[in-house]
Each structure stands twice: as structure tokens, then as C-alpha cells.
Design a protein around this ligand. Structure first.
Ligand code: PLP
Length: 432
């Protein structure tokens, strides 16, 4: 019945997460509350790193995509595991730097980086900057010269694979705001230009084909296309691309019915394509980077809410309203994303009803989900929404001037605050 192995139920029927009684967490810290299980984060990172060791002989790095969930404590945990980080803005980079992250293991992303962001990334000395377009290359070249540095760069490539749908199709991807297109020769021209630059060093190419992908085939296809491009660069320009960054996008279980491939299987199958294609084309095997975000953070997090109003509309639906909503979880209103939930103080009861869990904002679309199997929920009950560790806190807002919830980490049953709940004074902090 439980979605993940760190979930359980006490003798009184209370839902436990990472060894902690969630009803006690709600009582101690208040709701809404984000709860992250440190052991789950560490385990996921280790599984990726162990697979990198096993299938690539350690010739690779795992970079956690911090846009999934970033705060200083998360950066410390990732850093202490020896993994790297992917940052997509000066804010994410600053968070990592302030947390003492090993900057050499940071890849800096973004399709429209500002000069301020590029300058900061060069100054702190990130491992590499993933350059998205020619204007960025030219601006970076200037900034690096001014600072007397020679940053390592990778190019973001559109490999022509659209994996957002279940059956991937190799069309339409020219229409993406990210990166250089392969088909049009744009990527090759960019490589030619970068090779001639004296203040940046092109060391790698990068692709990221989508998110919440369950199939391995599109990843294999992307690896094949990217190795082909490395070979083309070698043959035509006599230039060796040493790094291949294959991005993230590994799917996770949100519902009991979800059945993503284990990421070990992904690592095994994609590594075979990488090794096989390199051999076939007679090129050296590149150093591999992967950038899992959701698959590290999402299963490690839950959100706790307190139920307020319950409205039964006969023959239509039942609304169970909670004290948060789209400001702390905008994924339903954005994408129609589905979650599993349970009543944390009735976790040993049947999920006998199907309800709509609604938020407290002035928007009809402010829902956590519809048709959600749930125990009979009444005012004062605690609802736990599962697998909210990614793209919830990081996408949260102050809509309706709600205060952002606290983030609490649990570890073997003990808990600590990692991000404080916002106060009313935080709400007016920047108002003049
Ligand atoms: C978002 C993103 C990721 C992480 O994606 P997940 O689906 O969370 O694994 C990795 N790399 C890049 C460049 C991204 O934009």
C-alpha cells in the first residue's frame, strides 16, 4: 500500500515518513509543511553514483539538478555525498556557493543567462558553463577575457528527440528554446566558432531530452545521436570533445500504478550504447555526466496539510480543503500532475472515498488533485501528499500573500528545520 519503502504506519494508525510520526511533525512545526527524508536523498544519490562506478568504470559524475529542490541544507547533503550540482540561475548558484559546495563540480545552465550570471559563474570558478546560444558564447568570451579566466564550456544540443510523450518521436524538437539544433548544422557551426575562441575551452556537449520519462529507449537514442556528433566533430575538425552530459529526466512513482524503469537499468542500457557507439566510430569514450533532479528529490519529500472545510456536492464531488494549495504545489494547476495522498492520522483505514483536495486560494483551479482515493477526511485531520520533494518548494510562490511553509528534514525519526516558515513580516519585507 505504501508508495516508498521509508513510509509506514504506527500502531495507532499514524503515517510515518523516514521514521518520524507525521502527525507529530504537523503538531510540532505546523502546517502546511514540507518534509524531506535525508536518508532517501542520500540513497538515491548513492544509487546513481554506484551505477556510474559500475557501468562507466567511475568515468563520470552525477550532478543533482538543484532546480528540483534547492536550499542550503540540500546542497550540503549532496556535496557530502561527493556528487556535483546543476544550477540554472545565479540564485541556485549562490545558494550552493554559500552552502560551501565544491564549485568545481557545478555545471551552470540556463537558456538566457544574464551578464551578471555569467560573470558570477566565472568568478566563483564553476566546473563548466553549459552554453545555450551564440550570443551567450560571445558575451562569455568577453567576460572571461575581462576577468583573465578561461572557463570550461559545454554546448547544449537539441538532439532532435522529443521524449515528453510516452512514445518518443524524432521531430519537432527544432522548436525548442533550449540549445543548438543538430539537424540544421547550427550546432556544428557553433562548435567551429567555439574551437576558435581563446578565452573559453569547449570540453563537452550536453543534452536533456525531457522529464518524468519512463522509457529508456529515448535516452539510448539521445546517447547515440550525441556520440555521433562527437565523432563528426573529431572527423571534420580534428577536435576531441572529452565530456558528454546526458542530462536528467528519469521518471518516478507518483501513483501506485506508475512503473518507471529503475535507474540502474537506465545506466546499464545507456552505457552499452555509449561504449558500443564509441567503439564502432573509433573514438575515445567521453567522461559522462548525468543530471537527475526529480528522481533524487521527489520521492524524498511529502507535504503535510490540515483539513479545514469539507463540502459534499451530491452527485458531483466532495471537496476536502487544505491550508495550502497552488502556492506550495503549483503542479496540478500547471500540468495536471497527479499525486497520491492519505490521511496521516487515519493511515490504517481504507482509502474509501474519492475526493478533490482543494487549496485555499481564490482560483477554482487551485487543486492538489481530483478523484484522489482518500480515507474519510474531516476538519482537523492531517493530509499527507506524497512524492512532493521535487518542483514543489522550488516552484512555490506567495500567491494570495500566503507564507511559504517551512522545510523540515527527517533522519531516522529525528527532525530539524532546514528552511524556516515565512512570517507575516517576510511577506512585507520588500514593500516600501
Ligand atoms: C530540469 C533539468 C534536469 C533535471 O530534470 P529531472 O527531470 O528533474 O531529472 C537536468 N538537466 C537540465 C539541463 C534540466 O533543465
Amino acid at each position: 500500500m505504501m508508495l516508498y519503502e521509508n513510509m509506514g504506519v504506527t500502531a495507532e494508525g499514524h503515517f510515518t515518513f523516514g521514521g518520524a510520526d507525521t502527525t507529530e511533525l504537523a503538531a510540532e512545526y505546523g502546517t502546511p509543511l514540507y518534509v524531506m527524508d535525508e536518508n532517501m536523498v542520500r540513497k538515491a544519490v548513492r544509487r546513481f553514483m554506484d551505477s556510474m562506478e559500475k557501468y562507466y568504470g567511475g568515468r563520470g559524475e552525477v550532478h543533482y539538478a538543484s532546480k528540483a529542490f534547492s536550499c542550503m541544507e540540500m546542497c550540503r547533503i549532496i556535496n557530502s555525498e561527493g556528487a556535483g550540482l546543476d544550477a540554472v540561475s545565479i540564485g541556485e548558484l549562490y545558494t550552493a556557493v554559500k552552502a560551501g559546495f565544491d564549485v568545481k563540480k557545478i555545471g551552470f545552465h540556463g537558456n538566457n543567462k544574464t551578464d551578471e550570471e555569467l560573470r558570477y559563474a566565472v568568478e566563483v570558478g564553476v566546473g563548466h558553463i553549459i552554453v545555450d546560444n551564440i550570443s551567450e558564447l560571445e558575451r562569455l568570451e568577453k567576460i572571461a577575457a575581462e576577468l583573465g579566466k578561461k572557463p570550461s564550456i559545454m554546448f547544449r544540443i537539441k538532439p532532435g528527440i522529443d521524449a515528453h510523450t510516452h512514445d518518443f518521436v524524432k521531430t519537432g524538437q527544432i522548436d525548442s528554446k533550449f540549445g543548438f539544433a543538430l539537424e540544421t548544422g547550427e550546432a556544428f557551426e557553433a562548435v567551429k566558432q567555439a574551437v576558435a575562441c581563446s578565452n573559453v575551452e569547449l570540453t563537452g556537449i550536453h543534452c536533456h531530452i525531457g522529464s518524468q520519462i519512463f522509457d529508456i529507449a529515448p535516452f539510448e537514442e539521445a546517447a547515440r545521436v550525441m556520440i555521433g556528433f562527437i565523432s563528426e566533430i573529431k572527423n571534420k575538425l580534428d577536435y576531441e570533445i572529452k565530456g558528454l552530459n546526458l542530462g536528467g529526466g528519469f521518471g518516478i512513482k507518483y501513483l501506485d500504478s506508475d512503473d518507471p524503469s529503475p535507474f540502474e537499468t537506465y545506466m546499464e542500457r545507456v552505457s552499452k550504447v555509449v561504449a558500443g557507439e564509441c567503439e564502432r566510430l573509433g573514438i575515445a569514450q567521453p567522461f559522462i555526466y548525468i543530471e537527475p533532479g526529480r528522481s533524487i528529490a521527489a520521492p524524498a519529500g511529502i507535504t503535510l496539510y490540515t483539513v479545514g472545510a469539507r463540502k459534499e456536492i451530491p452527485n458531483i464531488r466532495t471537496y476536502v480543503s487544505v491550508d495550502g494549495g497552488m502556492p506550495d504545489n503549483p503542479r496540478y494547476i500547471l500540468y495536471g500532475s497527479e499525486y497520491s495522498a492519505l490521511v496521516a492520522n487515519k493511515a490504517n483505514e481504507e482509502r474509501s472515498e474519492k475526493v478533490t483536495i482543494a487549496g485555499k486560494c481564490c482560483e477554482s483551479g487551485d487543486l492538489i488533485g481530483e478523484n484522489m482515493p482518500l480515507q474519510h477526511a474531516e476538519s482537523g485531520d492531517i493530509i499527507a501528499v506524497l512524492a512532493t520533494g521535487a518542483y514543489n518548494y522550488s516552484m512555490s510562490s506567495n500567491y494570495n500573500r500566503l507564507q511559504k511553509p517551512a522545510v523540515v528534514f527527517v533522519k531516522d525519526g529525528a527532525s530539524r528545520v532546514a528552511v524556516k516558515r515565512e512570517t507575516l513580516d517576510d511577506i512585507i519585507r520588500n514593500d516600501i
